[in-house]
Ligand binder design. Sequence first.
Ligand code: CS2
Length: 492
Amino acid sequence: MPPRLNASSKLPDTVAMPAYTPAKHGEGILHLGLGAFHRAHQAVYTDDALALAGGDWRILGVSLRSAAPAEELAPQDGLYTLIIRGEGEPRVRVIGSISRALCGKTDIDEIRRALADPSIRIVSLTVTEKGYGIDRAAGGADPDHPAVAADLASPDAPTGVLGLIVQALKARRAAGTPPFTVLSCDNLPENGVMLRGGVVDFARRLDPELADWIESAVAFPSCMVDRITPARTDATIADAERLTGHSDAAVIETEPFTQWVVEENFPAGRPAWDKAGALFVKDVAPYEKMKLRMLNGAHSMLAYSGFLAGQRYVRDAMADPDLRTLIERHLSAAAATLDPLPGIDFGEYAQDLSARFANPSIAHETYQIAMDGTQKLPQRVLGPALAALQAGQPVRPFAFATAAWMRYCLGRKDDGETYALRDPLEAEIAARIGTADTAEAIFTSLAALRGVFPEALMAAPEWRGEVVGALAGMLESGVPAAIHTEAASVRA
Ligand code: CS2
């Protein structure tokens, strides 16, 4: 077994090391959600910013539930290998921007103390769509979310996202410490506005005056994040050993492409992320919309249809001419719902996305993307479907994606093999579908899910007809044949 990576490791010259001395930089960011994506994205921008411009901006990483990130990173002094898979041999670098890693289950007091500490000037988050506890249809905290319910009941001992942020802001206000900036980095439209709505509403339920102060004093910039980051596998671990001569339990692999578009609104300061390649703009919304509708929308369509057609990886689905046709159709339909964005050619963006999806060195599982469909579909597929409907554009591409998700909700493939949906509404989905086995009945049962489908869309006979038609095809002839027929109709 090779030695474990840590601050005194000597690595081969082929591995890029932090171009600064990590230990000389203090913490400035507390990040909630220490998963693979953060380590392939924001932590890398921060690593570059520290090298280029310095500052006390290292990241105190927190994972609220899983003990794994802290167990992986702590013995390595927060260091981890990033394997960047493009053409040829992967590029390898060691990231030094994470100073400490804590777990909400075991270190909650330390986490609460850190949140109140004046050195922390940014609290950033990648907790996934379902992790916030926000009722996205209504726009405030969701009192039925388990963490929200628990934190509303004991606000002085919070363990969830909204509860921790509100308690920390309250403590800072009482101590005369300036508030931190709150930066959501999840794939949600206007993520800053959404999180602000959740935090302010949570606070208002406890202390209206505190809520007013948060509204006026705390910044919640929005941002668009992008980097395809598959889950780590044994091959990732083996490559880290082979390429660095060290074992690394925290290694992450990712693609060469990376993008971050951030609203310029950091009253408490920020790392020089702009020098590291992040784009700072006044209004992020059009970039978010483009990425969510094109990249993520096409990803979700491909995940459900590809998974059900037996394609394990996105790259394999891209090698299937029928699925490729459907991806290209989806990308252009999504692009047609967007307002023009100066400096961006949506056609080129679509081509670049197809190339990224086809990257032969990235093994991105369709099943990974299929997770949490109820949390993803609204912004990725249903929002653009409604926009297309209202603009008189064809809704079929979005209806096909929605039908594939509904087919996926049955929890079994054409041959009867079963799988877990991995969705927070999994039990409700199963209960609603019950024994429904016609496209009409399945559509009707899922249409009643709370907060998923926009009413105006579901009320449109055209939409219903297209989804039911596509789903009926999948049920009658099997998913691969339905994909083939659909692609043939696009080519015709
Ligand atoms: C994917 C995203 O898992 C998913 O739902 O669509 O994680 C996607 O890979 C990233 O947003 C790319 O930036």
